[in-house]
Ligand binder design. Structure first.
Ligand SMILES: Cc1cc2nc3c(=O)[nH]c(=O)nc-3n(C[C@H](O)[C@H](O)[C@H](O)COP(=O)(O)O)c2cc1C
Length: 385
């Protein structure tokens, strides 16, 4: 009965979103909508009544979805991907709308205004977004202070039975100076150290497609330097993940995995945005040449990389699957290919915020249908180890 009510509520909210709100939002500038959503969410999340209302409208929980991953307990495997709440303004809202965790950021060593506007487009036919933000963020120090004020430091939260996991994605400041390897490494380290007290886990983003100087730390030697530095600050119980690009060749992926295997890296986030325009899932004409693409365009690439990393690491590392998740089936596929956890942004924009609850509920059903007692039991079941 309860499950039926939740399904009805989700379907109703989704219908209202798609017929009323989405046409209005999609008629406006995408970055303006993003900024207004953050402001509105922040406002609603600031009072107990607002949080309660959100919980009633979007909440969902099921014991089968709870799992321990890398020493952290996740209430469910569906998280918000890095880039939506860059500056940690929705920390009070995200736990109410059925997410199990959120990756804040990416934050960088210094404040970063990002690239010139316009820098966000909808590729409607492709159910994707084209992103050229260029790591716009308030800077790791400011963002960490904001998290500490709103939800406290990670250790304190754990002690009082925290149920929501906050990861922080760190990158290097997007400017010419950080193209120097030493300066770049120092900038990553600055962001990492600032984020550490408030983060339950850290993702090292080496795959931003929109930064000045490209993605220098996908190179073996530079990555070696970066991880050697970050190893010094590793804290047991605070896992470190590395976020990969979907555009890497097999050789490049193997080289990165080999370097990471020598360092304190607990897992991989697969994947970031794709830069490659020669993709059959791009159905829109005239896609601007700058920027990385999310959503359905990146979904297949992300699925392939999840399976590849799962096989290469023999299922011994954590994989966070991200790219094009907009249904329980999409999520389940990624889990069966090797993902322990999932993230999304674009699915929520195209389907509305109730999609998070819908995915969780559908996932619980799919797991039960196939006789699994937990998410962990289904991880990697579609690929041979
Ligand atoms: C508006 C926007 C901003 C993003 N910014 C970041 C970022 O700062 N750091 C990062 O690692 N990924 C960033 N991403 C990539 C997402 O985290 C994710 O990897 C990608 O969008 C694929 O997931 P999706 O298809 O569910 O959106 C951004 C994506 C979007 C749509």
């Amino acid at each position: 009965m309860f499950e039926k009510l939740v399904a009805f509520r989700n379907a109703l909210i989704k219908f209202l979103y798609k017929t009323v709100l989405k046409p209005i939002f999609f008629g406006m500038d995408p970055e303006l909508v993003h900024d207004r959503m953050i402001k509105t969410g922040k406002w609603i999340g600031s009072c107990a009544l607002g949080r309660w209302l959100l919980r009633m409208m979007f909440g969902y929980g099921a014991p089968i979805l709870r799992q321990d991953v890398a020493g952290l307990t996740f209430e469910n495997p569906v998280g918000l991907a890095a880039g939506f709440d860059k500056n940690a303004e929705l920390t009070k809202v995200l736990p109410q709308i059925a997410f199990g965790f959120a990756e804040l950021g990416s934050v960088t060593g210094e404040y970063c205004p990002g690239n010139a506007k316009p820098r966000l487009w909808r590729l409607k036919k492709s159910e994707s977004l084209l992103v050229y933000y260029g790591l716009k963020n308030d800077g790791a120090g400011v963002v960490a202070e904001r998290v500490a004020k709103s939800v406290g430091q990670a250790g304190q939260r754990m002690k009082i039975g925290q149920k929501f996991i906050y990861g922080v994605s760190v990158a290097k400041t997007n400017n010419a100076e950080t193209c120097d390897v030493e300066v770049g490494v120092a900038d990553y380290a600055k962001a990492y150290l600032a984020a550490l007290p408030v983060a339950d886990y850290i993702t090292v983003n080496i795959s931003c497609p929109n930064a000045f100087g490209g993605e220098p730390f996908t190179d073996r030697v530079r990555l070696q330097k970066l991880l050697t530095e970050l190893d010094k600050y590793y804290v047991v119980g605070k896992p470190v993940f590395v976020k990969l690009s979907p555009d890497l060749s097999v050789t490049e992926v193997d080289a990165i995995l080999a370097v990471c295997a020598e360092h304190k890296v607990d897992g991989y986030v697969c994947t970031n945005l794709t830069k490659v325009r020669d993709n059959p899932r791009i159905l829109d004409a005239d896609v601007p040449k700058n920027g990385g693409i999310s959503g359905k365009v990146v979904q297949g690439l992300s699925d392939d990389l999840i399976a590849r990393v799962y096989l290469a690491t023999e299922g011994k590392k954590i994989i966070v699957g991200v790219g094009g998740v907009s249904s329980a089936e999409d999520a389940y596929k990624k889990i069966r290919l090797g993902a322990n956890l999932l993230q999304l942004i674009t699915g929520m924009i195209y389907e509305g915020p109730s999609v998070v609850s819908e995915i969780n509920q559908g996932l619980a059903e799919l797991l039960k249908r196939d006789g699994y007692k937990s998410v962990s039991e289904a991880v990697g079941r579609s690929v041979e180890k």
